[in-house]
Ligand binder design. Structure first.
Ligand code: C2E
Ligand code: CA
Ligand code: CA
Length: 586
């Protein structure tokens, strides 16, 4: 009887144990049991064995386990230490483990716990339980997020945030550097990249950027880093330099490498070069912002010089280049926000004529851009327009100028008595050199319901002398479409007569400096006279700019120049004042 009860009892216990064991086996986490000699007495099914039969580890320790799995990194020491602490303190010890599996070429991350068990009925530890969760997926997705946050998708290079972070780190580590060690920060900006995008499309541009990244990488050492800040801007961080010249040598190598021709699909691209500005740490600033802005400024100088070269930052980079940088930054902000109306406005300077010796009447008005910057105040167009041209930014707001001037003109035109009124818009050489300029102007004119005959385009002599096929083609198309073309600032560039005949312009505007000096210098007086005669011979209308004094006017009239622009008549006016002026004349 007793035996039967005992059998029943043990049978029941066996059954419960079996269920429990089964539960442990199947539990979705790693469970193992160690004896106090650190040998495994149990491993559940989840326990990581890299596909090997887990039973072979029973009776063996971690040393054996890690050896069989060919895990060589410092896992054994870490486990031992955690085991000992749990045993000694009689409490659970948690730790993390990274298993590097060279055979499978993978790395796994685990969260681990050693949990002492007390099965002797007293306070002594009898066994050690071991629990683990595989965190690899979580860690990898965190790493991926981190990767995405710090890398540029297109080129796989690190991005601006990574650059800032690494430069900060370099600066903070520099306290431990030997005194002669320096670092170089290279600001690299491709020359003529926009042309690739504009003429061959963005896909080709993207491929080119990838190729550029690879070429930059091929010039650097393992300890250097490259970053793509955006667009065609890259930075290189050169650690461990001994002397300034080392940075210059890397720059030379980069310039040479980048200016080699590119073969992208069926296109051979030969005109992409590189401009580099170099800032040295700690010489050129010991804070990130300073050194970055100094390297940026040096890059700008390199671009301005001739492109395809490099420039070290130097303290004598003049105030002018700081101003230039301010302007470029300010314009880039506007372009990024695509909100020009906040800071830009157009003013209009009337152009007067007295053809039939009658009264002076308004025949046209020149649209002139004004920039009121929230911090720097009014920035004169003579200062920012040339900078916007050099840095290829003007193309981004040319269209705004057309739209604004033409929509204002559409209203002003209604107030003009004769209906022969025209608006004169300045076009810089860079704008004229883009393929889209014709359609931008065409669209703006259509949108304002105007005719091209009501629109004069002013181009400077020097603007066309560049011998650009695109610019010439555009000029001919614009003339064909009926736009009035004027050569602005005439006399400054001294283009040859034969050249001038090639430009389909019907108007020339004598540069204001000649008019202004016509009172004092015979030479200038003769020059003005000659231009007027030449204009008549070429059958072009002549407009005199910068007419400030009555004497200027009498001189011009005497020599048969009948169209004028200048302070004597009117300064450039806000839309409202221009409206008033036209109403008065009506
Ligand atoms: P510009 O095309 O030669 O424009 C004439 C400049 O002479 C204007 O200067 C005008 O205010 C000034 N002016 C007019 N009458 C007189 C006068 O009697 N005496 C003197 N001393 N100056 C006179 P502003 O507006 O400062 O423009 C300077 C230059 O900036 C322009 O020279 C033009 O090259 C450029 N610019 C201005 N607006 C635009 C624009 O919308 N687009 C482009 N591409 N360039 C522009
Ligand atoms: Ca002009
Ligand atoms: Ca002018």
């Amino acid at each position: 009887m007793l035996k039967r009860i005992w059998n029943l009892f043990t049978h029941r216990i066996d059954k419960e144990l079996k269920i429990l064991k089964h539960a442990y086996e199947e539990m979705p986490m790693e469970i193992a049991l160690y004896d106090l000699d650190r040998n495994f007495s149990f491993l559940n099914r989840q326990f990581f064995t890299n596909g090997l039969d887990r039973n072979q580890f029973i009776g063996h320790d971690d040393h054996y386990y890690l050896n069989v799995l060919n895990i060589k990194n410092n896992v054994l020491e870490k486990r031992k230490e955690a085991f000992d602490t749990a045993l000694q303190k009689k409490q659970a010890v948690r730790f993390t483990e990274k298993l590097i599996l060279p055979d499978a070429n993978k790395t796994l991350f685990f969260k681990r716990t050693f949990q002492p068990l007390f099965l002797n009925g007293d306070q002594t530890v009898s066994h050690m339980a071991f629990f683990g969760s595989n965190m690899t997926a979580v860690i990898l997705s965190q790493q991926e997020l981190k990767y995405l946050a710090f890398h540029d998708k297109l080129t796989g290079l690190m991005n601006r945030d990574a650059f800032n972070q690494q430069l900060d780190q370099l600066i903070s580590e520099s306290v431990r550097w030997p005194s002669e060690q320096i670092a170089g920060i290279l600001f690299c900006d491709l020359d003529n990249f926009k042309l690739v995008n504009d003429s061959l499309g963005h896909d080709v541009g993207d491929l080119l950027l990838r190729e550029v990244s690879a070429r930059i990488a091929s010039c650097l050492r393992q300890s250097d880093s490259i970053f793509r800040l955006g667009g065609d801007e890259f930075t290189v961080l050169l650690r461990n330099l001994k002397q300034d010249i080392d940075a210059g040598m890397v720059a030379e190598k980069l310039i040479k490498e980048i200016s080699r021709p590119y073969q992208i699909n069926e296109h051979s691209i030969t005109y992409v070069t590189l401009s580099i500005g170099i800032g040295l740490f700690p010489k050129d600033g010991n804070e990130r912002e300073t050194i970055v802005s100094n390297a940026d400024m040096a890059m700008y100088e390199a671009k301005r010089n001739s492109k395809n070269n490099y420039k070290f930052f130097s303290k004598d980079l003049t105030q002018t280049s700081k101003d230039r940088l301010k302007i470029v930054k300010g314009l880039k902000e506007l372009i990024n926000k695509k909100d020009f109306s906040n800071q830009f406005k157009m003013v209009y300077q009337p152009i007067f004529a007295n053809k039939q010796n009658s009264d002076f009447s308004i025949v046209g008005s020149e649209a002139l851009l004004r920039w009121n910057h929230p911090i720097h105040g009014n920035i004169p167009p003579d200062l920012f327009i040339p900078i916007a041209e050099e840095s290829n930014l003007i193309q981004h707001f040319g269209d705004w100028i057309f739209q604004k001037s033409l929509s204002d003109f559409k209203l002003l035109n209604k107030l003009h008595p004769e209906g022969t009124f025209y608006i004169s818009i300045n076009l810089s050489a860079k704008q004229l050199d883009t393929p889209q300029i014709v359609s931008e102007l065409e669209q703006a004119v259509l949108k304002a319901l105007l005719s091209p005959r009501q629109v004069q385009i002013e181009i400077t002599e020097t603007g066309i002398i560049k011998d650009s096929a695109i610019a010439f083609k555009n000029l001919y198309i614009l003339a064909e479409m009926g736009f009035r073309l004027a050569i602005d600032d005439f006399g400054v560039g001294f283009a040859s007569l034969s050249y001038l005949q090639k430009i389909p312009a019907s108007v020339i505007k004598i540069d204001k400096t000649f008019i202004q000096q016509s009172l004092t210098s015979t030479k200038n007086r003769d020059l003005v006279k000659a231009i007027i005669v030449m204009g008549q011979n070429l059958k072009k209308e002549v407009i005199a700019e910068g007419v400030e004094e009555k004497e200027h006017l009498s001189f011009l009239m005497k020599h048969n120049c009948y169209t004028y622009q200048g302070y004597y008549f009117s300064k450039p006016l806000d839309y409202i004042d221009m409206e008033q002026l036209l109403k008065k004349k009506k």
